[in-house]
Ligand binder design. Structure first.
Ligand code: SAH
Length: 355
């Protein structure tokens, strides 16, 4: 065993024991690692997940209810400046129908995600959440609709929303500025995340792996931010270029680095709800299974109506735009069975040890 490998195993053990690493150690670990370091971390991560969640995977049905967005994130296919995209917005009735269908298939969490669409203001969303919770009192509702005022987040929480996903995208303000337009502020993003957590949401942050200008240094800051923030959920997926964005010619992120970071997140916060993301499944046909084996415990199948799926294109070649919910669900069950896991029918809240 060479010295570097020993050092990385030592760092991973230290992370497991102390649940934090000094900045230089994060940077060193993320600068030079190999498949055997990744396997070492995955084994620890998987064991930690198995103790807490058994071999059950939580599924969340995601409804992408609008691709209208006022923001212009340089990486994102539904950015305001993309004129090559037909915009759509589902009605309340359509969204509720998707959730009803999802309930039948066994989903007990619904994730409502969209661009930052002014036609779905917080009041309208709050009414929708109230109806959804009244229809399905045994289900959790997760929102992922971007940056809002604290009072609006409060209103949505009081309407019954349980969780909120808002990726921080990068914990480095200069990196953030290179991924977004001048009107978008890293400080505001951070304030939103703090507000969400203080209000009482199970709050999710996260970032893309391999976004342009990302370095081991910025990744180290992401891991330190996660250490301090202690999110209930962490969304990590590879960056995938979209042809109608300024980053069209940038390379996609690495599946292996994504898997390594998933394992490190599981080791850092053993209870965290950690999805094997659609982006991971897009870059690698067995990416989500690999994510589970790296310590992920959540999968988020698409519940959106077939006719709009191809229009919610955050990146090119997004997976499952042409299969219906039923097929995805049984396919998912079969894929998980092959690696020794099952789909769990439960809300799957943060902090409950449910096995
Ligand atoms: N408007 C919501 C939802 C954004 S889309 C919000 O602001 O939270 C959800 C996530 O998709 C983003 O946070 C981003 O991290 C990811 N994403 C966007 N474009 C992507 C791309 N090209 N490749 C991979 N992930 C991308």
């Amino acid at each position: 065993m060479n010295a570097r490998k020993r050092q990385n195993e030592f760092r991973i053990d230290r992370l497991n024991e102390e649940k934090r690493l000094p900045h230089e150690e994060w940077t060193a670990l993320l600068s030079a690692w190999d498949d055997s370091d990744r396997a070492y971390a995955a084994e620890i991560a998987r064991a930690l997940a198995n103790v807490r969640f058994g071999h059950g995977i939580f599924v969340r049905g995601i409804v992408e209810f609008s691709n209208v967005c006022r923001n212009d994130c340089l990486y994102c296919g539904i950015r305001k400046s993309n004129r090559n995209l037909e915009r759509y917005r589902l009605s309340e009735a359509e969204i509720l129908d998707c959730c009803d269908a999802g309930y039948e298939y066994g989903f007990r969490t619904f994730v409502l995600q969209s661009g930052e669409d002014a036609s779905y203001p917080p009041e309208r969303l709050a009414a929708l959440v109230r109806t959804l919770k009244a229809n399905h009192p045994d289900c959790a509702v997760t929102l992922s609709v971007g940056e809002l005022e604290r009072a609006d987040y409060q209103m949505l929480f009081e309407a019954g929303a349980d969780r909120y996903l808002l990726r921080h995208e990068t914990a480095d303000p200069e990196h953030y500025a290179r991924l977004h337009m001048p009107g978008q502020s890293w400080e505001r993003r951070m304030r939103c995340l703090r507000d969400l957590k203080e209000i009482g949401f199970q709050t999710g942050c996260g970032f893309m792996v391999g976004s342009p200008y990302q370095t081991p240094e910025t990744l180290a800051k992401d891991m330190e931010f996660i250490t301090e923030f202690r999110p209930a959920m962490i969304g990590i997926g590879p960056f995938i270029p979209h042809c109608d964005t300024p980053f069209a010619n940038e390379p996609a992120g690495s599946v292996e680095l994504t898997l390594f970071l998933l394992s490190l997140c599981r080791i850092l916060i053993p209870d965290v709800l950690l999805p094997a993301t659609t982006a991971l499944g897009t870059l690698d046909p067995t990416g989500r299974e690999k994510g589970v084996l790296a310590g992920a415990n959540v999968i988020m199948p698409n519940l959106s109506p077939m006719q709009v799926r191809a229009k919610y294109m955050l990146y090119n070649n997004k997976t499952a735009v042409d299969v219906d919910t039923h097929i995805t669900r049984s396919d998912l069950q079969e894929r998980l069975r092959k690696i020794g896991y099952t789909v769990k029918v439960a809300r799957g809240d943060y902090g409950e040890t449910s096995c």
